[in-house]
Design a binder for this molecule. Structure first.
Ligand code: URA
Length: 434
């Protein structure tokens, strides 16, 4: 087999078979196929697409390029969720202990933030001493003893994706549905999930800007999962404006704690309950989704989910005094109001611009390894549909640096669009695809 022939075949719009896909992925992982040939193939895929079979073969070949995890300590199905990334998305931090409080073991491997979306691991490191670099043995112990772990990746999962994603990034081939779908699904499958809920974000602050594209990506990922015997649901959720009110590491932890205590913003709570209840049914832990939703809501309201969160923070070396009193978490020096220049309705609150405002304060990183400032961020006070008077506070800027505050102000100026016309609130969930 020759890489040249497979590139040509794809360029002509023909589907590659399982052996051909394996040849490309194996060869590329072992450095036997050079970047220039893999780039040409990726570009051919970009224009010609892939059949559903091909996409599933690609996913399997990528899974097989590295280690895979097995969760022997979990007796039932292993459930997992994945978000395609958004601004203010702290769903996993609430969901993980909540699932454990319902008796469903939840061990989630998360990542660090890059660009305008924050990473779960960075947020959790707001707790003094919190460890995300647990060994496989420690993870196993925590799953057995308390039922929940949020940690960094322990094994060398899907090295082919690491290589291919970096290549796509510099060859204008990221935005290909089969390549994105196989990239995401290969990582979920390699990390041992049997039942997966995908939170596919749609809107200005998301990877997928239009509902049409999000539907195509969701269908492709659900199809891959089903072909590989996984139980799948995709929740398409709105990311025009940030999720919840807080954007920034310690600020998001505070909001997650509030939500775990039965308070917190309605949209975050709702999304957690929707994803959690689908997970419970998909994992065959419950058979009625509405009842599962109510059960989870009760666990937020009666303090059980927060108790579980404290157990998790403690087991991972964090300081639970900071859970009891979030004022002890890292804090910015200054909290500056950003106010409305005129009266009206909030017609738009651009999640991407809010994410950029938080980035400019130091809450995120431009490139891998950059340091981040845990205390800074944006606290959104008014969201789409809210009526405001001139001078009302739209948001607070939590900042440690005056120059950066000015940058954040400029971004917030772009983020908020006020209009005289009354505006409807945005829906939270657009569609469920199964
Ligand atoms: N996220 C991924 O993990 N892979 C992609 O290809 C795009 C987004």
């Amino acid at each position: 087999m020759k890489a040249y022939d497979l590139i040509l075949k794809k360029r002509q719009g023909l589907a590659l078979n399982k052996e051909e896909i394996e040849f490309l992925i194996e060869g590329y992982t072992k450095d036997e196929i050079p970047d220039y040939q893999m780039s040409a193939w990726a570009m051919a895929v970009f224009f010609q697409g892939m059949t559903p079979e091909e996409t599933a073969y690609l996913t399997t070949a990528m899974v097989n390029s590295g280690e895979t995890l097995a969760w022997n300590e979990i007796a039932g199905k292993v459930v997992d969720k994945h978000s395609t990334g958004g601004v203010g998305d702290k769903t996993s931090i609430v969901l993980a202990p909540l699932m454990a409080a319902a008796g469903i073991p939840f061990a989630k491997m998360s990542g660090r933030g890059l660009g305008h979306t924050g990473g779960t691991l960075d947020k959790l490191e707001s707790f003094q001493g919190f460890r995300i670099d647990l060994s496989r043995e420690e993870i196993s112990k925590n799953v057995n003893e308390i039922g929940v772990v949020l940690s960094g990746q322990t094994a060398d999962l899907v090295p082919a994706d690491g290589k291919l994603y970096a290549l796509r990034d510099v060859t204008a081939t990221v935005e290909s549905i089969p390549l994105i779908a196989s990239s995401i699904m290969s990582k979920k499958i390699a990390s041992g999930a049997d039942a997966i809920v995908l939170d596919v974000k749609v809107g200005k602050g998301a990877f997928m800007k239009s509902l049409d594209d999000a539907v195509k990506l969701s269908e492709a990922m659900v199809d891959i999962g089903k072909r590989l015997d996984r139980s799948m649901t995709a929740v398409l959720s709105q990311m025009e404006e940030p999720l919840g009110n807080m954007v920034g590491n310690a600020l998001e932890i505070k909001e997650a704690i509030d939500t775990l205590a039965g308070k917190g913003p309605e949209d975050l709570r709702e999304l957690v309950l929707v994803i959690g209840s689908y997970l419970m049914v998909l994992g065959e832990y419950r058979d009625n989704r509405e009842a599962a939703y109510e059960e989870l809501a009760l666990l937020l309201d009666n303090g059980k989910a927060l108790e579980k969160f404290k157990e998790m923070v403690k087991a991972q070396g964090g300081d639970i005094a900071e859970v009891d009193n979030p004022e002890l978490l890292p804090k910015a020096k200054d909290v500056i109001p950003f106010t409305a220049s005129r009266a009206g309705y909030v017609a738009e609150l651009d999640a991407l611009a809010v994410g950029r405002a938080a980035m400019s304060l130091g809450a995120g990183r431009q490139k891998k390894g950059d340091p981040i400032d845990l205390g800074v961020g944006i606290e959104v006070v008014r969201k789409t549909g809210d009526m405001v008077a001139e001078g009302d506070v739209l948001a607070y800027i939590h900042s440690n640096d005056e120059k950066k505050t000015i940058e954040a102000m400029k971004e917030l100026d772009l983020a908020y669009v006020l209009s005289e016309k009354e505006q409807e609130k945005l829906p939270l969930v657009y569609r469920i695809i199964q």
